[in-house]
Design a protein around this ligand. Structure first.
Ligand code: NAP
Length: 489
């Protein structure tokens, strides 16, 4: 890749900072603008338009007007447009990575990985667009044929978080468009520029006017409520916290809107005595520190069997201490800042609570003084089971390590949470790995791996981590309705 540009003004995509409604970039009805900050410095770097409820209605008008034409567009044509989105993303990977790094704070290497991962959703769903098949069966009684056809669900509202501003957008836009749906994307207020960049890229790739609309608003709840009250909106695909997911599920109930929810996690990372400890440390660093710990899949609780505990803890703490903390956009940074001051306070509160109850800090343990929202990579030992950190998503560079004795105990501890997104298991015994996987309450299991995300695999959680799946063939079905036609011939 080429070297990164020096400031946000050098990034051509940063000029797209108005609402995208139809094919027009609009100021919106609100005179004020939303400020975008660089978490590495806390300084203002750009601003974006602030949509009103009337702007949201205009976005639905545009999406509804384009819906019939887009649904009727040949699947091959939809696929080829998505393929061009993939190619443009790869072409512009450097500037997109830099943009993500500046508004989100993540290390440039993480931002580059995100761009490549995000682009893969365009490529994958370009291929899925032409693989939408139906079913044909003879009714068991023999009276008629059962014909099942999959049709686009209609205008879709896509709401995304700030932690993967490109990938969480493409993981929704690509399947929606492949299925033949038009959409309105509402990105997180912290990272709107990457979302608008995705819109500009889609238009350049040939996505017709109105098929993708993007709005940002400081009146989030009011604007989203208006969208969910609009009878023309038939789908909500949300990624974010479980807390907000619950609010949106309640609201979506009024119009009985179809919902896909990718919510929070509290991933256990289990290391058995027989694990390859060096591999477990390397996998643990990926599971914990990808994105500086700000990932729904982040290892939140490390459970290490007694015989491996000393070695794993020592080697893991060494790896955490060796991380280079710095501004996200600096190419040598391993761990960037957290997204904002509130995130730093939350992480610090969780660490303080654990220490009050008996946890021992091996490294880190506090915010880093100076500009920006930095927290030192932290390892905690002697973890009390009742600490808040055991139950809550940390969303930061903190690794609490707990000790267990038996397989049954590990499973019980791992499952003792309302969440069920992903679980990690390290063991050299594959029979044990598979046996434990079947008992873990999670939508995804990683055996001897620190990463599960893959556009070709069904991503999603059980329990309060969500409803539905993204990626794989499952991802496109989330944007389609099965229509059953009873027929006789
Ligand atoms: P969040 O606070 O739930 O916000 C997510 C989105 O919802 C943002 O666009 C936000 O807009 C919007 N929102 C917030 N309150 C709302 C309301 N009352 N009504 C309507 N919309 C509302 O989550 P976040 O802090 O951005 O992201 C972190 C969370 O996302 C974590 O819990 C993480 O685990 C989860 N996550 C899950 C996955 C997954 O695949 N399961 C992936 C990534 C992240 P504003 O920014 O304008 O408030």
């Amino acid at each position: 890749m080429q070297s990164a540009s020096k400031s946000i003004q050098d990034i051509p995509y940063a000029q797209f900072n108005n609402l995208l409604i139809g094919s027009a970039w609009q100021q919106g009805g609100q005179t004020g603008r939303i400020s975008v900050e660089d978490p590495s410095t806390g300084e203002h770097i750009n601003d974006v338009a602030d949509a009103t409820v009337a702007d949201a209605a205009a976005a639905v008008d545009a999406a509804a007007a384009a819906a019939e034409g887009w649904a009727a567009t040949a699947p091959r044509e939809r696929g080829e447009i998505l393929r061009r989105c993939f190619e443009l993303m790869i072409r512009d990977a450097d500037q997109l990575a830099r943009l993500i790094s500046l508004e989100n704070g993540k290390a440039l290497k993480d931002a580059r990985s995100e761009v490549l991962y995000a682009a893969e959703f365009f490529r994958w769903f370009a291929e899925e667009a032409v693989r939408i098949s139906g079913d044909l069966a003879i009714a068991p009684g023999g009276a008629n044929r059962i014909l099942v056809q999959y049709q686009p669900i209609g205008v879709s509202l896509l709401i995304t978080p700030w932690n993967f501003p490109a990938a969480m957008a493409t993981r929704k836009i690509a399947p929606a468009l492949a299925a033949g749906c038009t959409c309105i994307l509402k990105p997180a207020t912290e990272t709107p520029l990457t979302a608008y960049a995705m819109g500009a890229l889609c238009l350049e790739a040939g996505v017709p006017a109105g098929v993708i609309n993007i709005i940002t608003s400081s009146a989030t709840s009011e604007v989203v409520n208006a969208l969910l009250s609009d009878k023309r909106v038939r789908k909500l695909s949300f990624t974010g916290s479980t807390e907000v997911g619950r609010i949106l599920l309640r609201k979506a109930a009024d119009q009985v809107i179809n919902c896909s929810m990718e919510l929070g996690g509290n991933a256990p990372f289990i290391v058995f005595d027989d694990a390859d400890i060096e591999k477990a440390v390397a996998g643990g660093m990926i599971a914990k520190m990808r994105n500086g710990g700000e990932a729904c899949t982040a290892a939140n609780r490390f459970y290490v069997q007694r015989g491996a505990a000393d070695k794993f803890s020592r080697r893991f703490a060494e790896a955490m201490e060796g991380l280079r903390v710095g501004p996200g956009a600096d190419p040598s940074t391993d761990c960037g800042p957290l997204v904002n001051a509130k995130a730093v306070s939350k992480v610090d509160e969780l660490v303080k609570d654990a220490v009050r109850r008996s946890a021992r800090i091996v490294c880190g343990g506090s915010p880093i003084d100076g500009a920006g929202y930095f927290y030192a990579p932290t390892v905690l030992l002697d973890m009390p089971a009742d600490a808040d950190i055991t139950r809550e998503e940390i969303f930061g560079p903190v690794a609490p390590i707990y000790i267990f004795d038996t397989e049954e105990e590990a499973i019980q501890l791992a499952n003792d949470t309302e969440y069920g997104l992903v679980s990690y298991v390290y063991t050299e015994d594959l029979r044990r790995g598979l046996r434990v996987s079947e008992k873990l309450e999670a939508g995804m299991i990683a055996i001897n791996r620190g990463l599960v995300s893959d556009p070709a695999a069904p991503f999603g959680g059980v329990k309060q981590s969500g409803l539905g799946r993204e990626g794989a063939h499952h991802g496109i079905l989330e944007f389609m309705e099965a229509k059953y036609i009873a027929t006789d011939w």
